[in-house]
Write a protein that binds this ligand. Structure first.
Ligand code: GLN
Length: 206
């Protein structure tokens, strides 16, 4: 079967955070990228990235711009989404240490604790093993990162820190990671995501 040869069209949720960095990586990998701020923009994309930033601010802006319902509907309909750091928090069904009033979009059956490393070590880099994504270690940058403290039965754990804490998960078409793959020039996580987006597009077209 000959697959669709059109470039994948990827949206980056563009209210706040590392929007530009994700766009650069995705374009480098050959995707056509748009910034997403309006409901109608969701209709034209094959996949969405929710970047790192500050989840409580992103949540406020999502609701202010009338994007809460459209985003939860798109997630429920199976849109592939990569959420990194604050984006993982946005995708989790339950936020621990949330700000008052803070809501997530949900979709991933996990509990995620915000700012799980405290203020003493709020940023660090470490090598992670992620065998589903790549056989070589990934240098992962954590910035005021969340940790996944509970995973539901349908969730696959993709990476853990040496002490066992979970920092990458996937469930259906949703991929959530605690760290920032867009900051150090390593494109393997985005490549993995684009592979999943392509598979999802082929399934829809067949
Ligand atoms: N601590 C931030 C939050 O709660 C996440 C940090 C990040 O995305 N780098 O949203």
């Amino acid at each position: 079967m000959v697959g669709n040869t059109q470039p994948l069209r990827i949206g980056v949720l563009a209210f706040q955070g590392d929007v530009r960095e994700h766009i650069l990586v995705l374009e480098r990998l050959g995707a056509e990228v748009i910034k997403v701020r309006r409901p109608e923009e969701l209709a034209s994309i094959d996949g969405l990235v929710i970047p790192g930033g500050e989840s409580s601010v992103m949540d406020k802006l999502v609701r202010l711009f009338g994007m809460y319902e459209p985003l939860t509907a798109a997630i429920a309909a199976g849109l592939p989404v990569l959420g990194t750091c604050a984006g993982l928090i946005m995708l989790s069904n339950n936020i621990l240490d949330a700000m008052d009033d803070q809501k997530s979009l949900g979709g991933l059956d996990v509990d995620v604790r915000r700012n799980a490393f405290g203020t003493q070590i709020d940023s660090f880099e470490t090598n992670l093993s992620m065998p589903v994504v790549t056989k070589d270690p990934i240098a992962a940058t954590f910035i005021r990162a969340p940790i996944v403290e509970r995973v539901g039965a349908g969730v696959t754990v993709l990476a853990r820190l040496d002490d066992g804490r979970i920092v990458a998960v996937e469930e259906g078409n949703l991929l959530g990671i605690s760290f920032h793959p867009e900051v150090n020039g390593d494109t393997r996580i985005h490549e993995y995501f684009l592979g999943r987006v392509a598979a999802s597009r082929e399934l829809q077209e067949s």
